[in-house]
Design a binder for this molecule. Structure first.
Ligand code: HEC
Length: 120
């Protein structure tokens, strides 16, 4: 009787360990690397800029521009956008200590994709 019980506990423990082991890499390692620009933006930037770049209440209170506005887009060079994300600007936080260079670059490209799409 107690043998069967031990075997049962043993099986459950193995199963639990496998589940735990499998959940780690996806939660920490691999997933971060696979995060694309949209995920990064949604994770770090939408609190102020909103999913569409127009700016949340909080962002607007801090004077975040409407990133989806064509005039704003035209007023900034790629390097300026990149530089602002790397070093911050006024109330905009700097991201160089939190994000990798290639993540920042893909975010800068993502900001361009918030512009109104010209349909031919
Ligand atoms: C705490 C709120 C906040 C967060 C979070 C935030 N921003 Fe900003 N962002 C601002 C504010 C405020 C400005 C306006 C800065 C200014 O021109 O004074 C701004 C400006 C910008 C600009 C325009 C810079 C320029 O040159 O005019 C870009 C691009 C930008 N943010 C991208 C991002 C990206 C990408 C993220 C996420 C990695 C992010 N922001 C996260 C508040 C925020």
């Amino acid at each position: 009787m107690s043998n069967r019980r031990n075997a049962f506990i043993y099986t459950i423990s193995i199963f639990a360990m496998i589940c735990l082991y499998n959940s780690f890499p996806s939660a920490y390692g691999q997933k971060n690397e696979q995060m694309n620009a949209k995920d990064l933006f949604e994770y770090h930037c939408v609190t102020c800029h909103g999913g569409d770049g127009k700016g949340t209440k909080r962002g607007q209170a801090l004077k975040a521009p409407n990133l989806s506005d064509a005039n704003w887009q035209a007023s900034r060079k790629d390097e300026e956008i990149l530089n602002s994300i790397i070093n911050g600007k006024n109330k905009m936080p700097r991201w160089s200590d939190k994000l990798k260079e290639e993540e920042i670059q893909s975010l800068a490209r993502y900001v361009r994709r918030l512009a109104p799409q010209k349909r031919p």
